[in-house]
Design a binder for this molecule. Structure first.
Ligand code: APR
Ligand code: PHB
Length: 389
């Protein structure tokens, strides 16, 4: 098989890149290790920056999103029973869109199938060949059969545990990592959201987040020990702990119900530099991971896709490779600003097991300053709704 771009990974990064390339008449194949059904079982954050919504629109995949998504003009940040309702419009006249990543991924798969664009599922034993030459290729097995793919470029969209990043020589790869000493225990339930917008709550008992997918489907998280297990939690114990971590006036009206999903996710910050090697370009979780506190994982995958798609379109339509040569440098500038914001939100809102009383006082002062200072609120709003591409 021969394509212009071979995309490894059929998650949001790979699918969005594939759809944009298809719309631009650039021939690409998506190689996915799992099945479409498996990919669509993943539950991830659903807060979309304006840039991602615009990209989905550009890719022709925003129809259902425009019908079913929620628009949020602000967010609540609380500290025990004290809280700040941060109004985005007061500072930057922008908003965020709430639409589950699963639904976004479903829409991207539907569009890919409608376009009869090639996707290989159950792909195994992926090896990248000659990525520093002008004729890179991929060998893999699909349902036990060997497949060889010649291409001009390879997009590594295969996530944190993928193979692409490993093809950058170890002595040329700088990996920056910070593991957090806690995880997030998440619950999905068919209940009415406790508030019209998200609540990020710091409390003496630890962090909690009240989120949603639609007016009848909620997503809640509480900070838990990084070694905790869902086996240690019942629905009742989760709801009771959540109530103890959000402002009393919201705890009093919390609608509880059976969990339809309960899982624990670890928190880490990670960046791989560079994000390209020869004709291999990394996008999304293959290159970086953020703690979910700022809802930036999907949104930063989107900015990578924007930069790589723009560079590939420039290469094929203008026969000009400068943007491709600068992809990593361009993408990393924004990646590190997002890393900083995600780390800052995480540091302010979580209880760290070893932290001193002094450090807890600093966290409270961070909240108090945010609550009383417009410039601090504008800075948070600017980062939360999304930095420019
Ligand atoms: N070959 C083919 N596919 C692979 C391989 C491989 N060797 N390794 C991993 N994959 C697939 C995974 O099965 C997954 O579907 O690559 C895809 C990577 O998707 P994600 O991990 O979702 O990463 P990305 O597309 O960059 O999306 C980032 O997803 O994980 C969330 O929080 C993250 O919201 C962010 C978004
Ligand atoms: C979610 O709805 O799953 C979600 C929302 C915001 C976050 C993280 C997760 O910061």
């Amino acid at each position: 098989m021969r394509v212009q771009v071979a995309i490894i990974g059929g998650g949001p990064s790979g699918l969005l890149l594939g759809q944009l390339l298809h719309k631009a008449g650039i021939n690409a194949v998506v190689l996915e290790r799992k099945t479409r059904e498996y990919v669509l079982t993943r539950i991830r954050a659903g807060v979309l920056e304006r840039g991602l919504v615009d990209l989905l629109d550009q890719a022709g995949v925003a129809t259902r999103l425009k019908k079913e998504s929620l628009t949020h003009e602000g967010v609540m940040i609380s500290s025990n029973d004290d809280y700040l309702e941060l109004d985005f419009n007061k500072h930057i006249q922008q908003h965020v869109t709430v639409y589950g990543q699963t639904e976004l991924t479903r829409d991207l798969y539907d569009a890919r199938e409608a376009a009869h664009a090639k996707t290989l599922f159950n792909v195994e034993n992926v090896t990248l060949n000659d990525i520093t030459t002008d004729s890179p290729s991929i060998d893999c097995t699909v349902d036990g059969h060997t497949v060889h793919i010649d291409c001009d470029y390879i997009a590594g969209c295969d996530g944190y545990h993928g193979v692409s990043r490993q093809h950058i020589p170890q002595d040329k790869r700088n990996e920056f990592i910070k593991e957090y000493p806690f995880g997030w225990l998440g619950v999905m339930s068919e209940t009415t959201p406790v508030h019209s917008e998200l609540i990020y709550s710091m409390s003496d008992r630890g962090f909690a987040l009240c989120s949603m997918r639609n007016p009848k489907l909620t997503r809640y998280y509480i900070q838990c020990d990084s070694k905790d297990s869902v086996d240690n939690w019942s629905d009742d114990s989760f709801w009771n702990e959540l109530r103890g971590r959000i402002p009393e006036e919201y705890a009093a009206k919390l609608e509880t119900g059976p969990s339809i999903e309960m899982s624990i996710a670890p928190l880490r910050s990670f960046v791989c530099e560079p994000m390209q090697w020869g004709n291999l370009y990394l996008c999304g979780d293959a290159a970086h991971i953020v703690p979910p506190t700022g809802a930036k994982g999907l949104n930063t995958a989107a900015s990578d896709v924007h930069y790589l798609f723009t560079a590939l379109k420039h290469r094929y339509q203008e026969n000009e490779s400068t943007l491709l040569e600068r992809y990593s440098q361009t993408a990393l500038k924004r990646v590190w600003k997002v890393q900083r914001f995600s780390w800052w939100m995480t540091s302010m809102l979580h209880r760290f097991p070893e932290q001193s009383l002094f450090e807890r006082k600093l966290q409270q002062a961070e909240f108090d300053f945010l609550k009383q200072n417009d410039a601090a609120q504008a800075a948070l709003a600017t980062n939360y709704v999304g930095l420019p591409y």
